[in-house]
Write a protein that binds this ligand. Sequence first.
Ligand code: COA
Ligand code: MG
Length: 290
Amino acid sequence: MSILRSMLFVPGDSEKKMAKGGGVGADALILDLEDSVAASRRPIAREMIHEYLKAADRSRSELWVRINPLDTADALRDVAAVARAKPDGIALPKCNGPADVLQLSHYLDALEIEHGIAQGSIGICAIATETAAAPFTLGQYKGAPRLRILTWGAEDLAAAIGASSNKDAAGHYTAPYVLARSLCLFGAHAAGVQGLDTVQPDFRNPTKLREECNDGRRDGFLGKIAIHPDQVAVINECFTPSEAEIAHAQAVIDAFKANPDAGTLSLDGKMIDMPHLKQAERVMSIARRG
Ligand code: COA
Ligand code: MG
């Protein structure tokens, strides 16, 4: 399954943005039915997304749809309206834990049968830190059906707990959100799915975006959410291993291949051992985007 470096949110009731989104080089679009679409516009947005999914060129970007949270009446309407056009996946906001993923997966089981779609082909991205209960289940996603991506959000979590802000005076996330981000990262790796870092809403600030991307990549996220087309190229670049990183990873792998009985070796005057080999293999797999 392909790594998705960039997933661009596109409001599902905007013909203009959906038309533009297809051509901006994002690995995936998330056509939104939740927070960026007013409740009164949702019925038309469902139809617009359905039409878009039917007509769009799937070779450019995977096409995902964000539905409304499972505890709203809109959720089932959303998923029923779009699943028939076989999106690559569904993004689930305000996900409380693996039980919510299982419930959505059951909906998809029924809809795939109904519409003659291969069982299990529609994936799930859980936005897994948006309720007060959610952080407590982040270590439990292993084996959750259809789950490809675990991501986190700080805005809805702040609203859920009555925080006046999620950032300190210097603009850094405060402790509760740093914790949620870390648990999401560990949870993704524990579950064997892709960890996706959250949005950088200040979309006219490429320097800040690049800093956040580099932090995310360093920490072990494999991609980041975009909300504006201008963010996509920076995200793709930062989450793609550079030629120098690939060359170094290959050198580490070659050194151990040439010395199959060695547990530790020296390379360019530095010690390398099993964690370095593991990381080198990971860099090569990210470079292959697999
Ligand atoms: N997807 C596709 N196209 C987008 C886009 C997006 N997310 N955001 C902007 N564009 C388009 C605009 O329509 C505009 O197109 P044009 O050149 O044909 O006129 C172009 O990109 C430049 O947009 P710009 O004028 O810089 O931004 P804006 O003021 O129109 O929009 C936002 C700003 C934040 C409202 C917009 O980026 C947006 O809707 N983002 C997604 C919000 C969202 O989905 N949030 C939910 C998840 S947090
Ligand atoms: Mg939200």
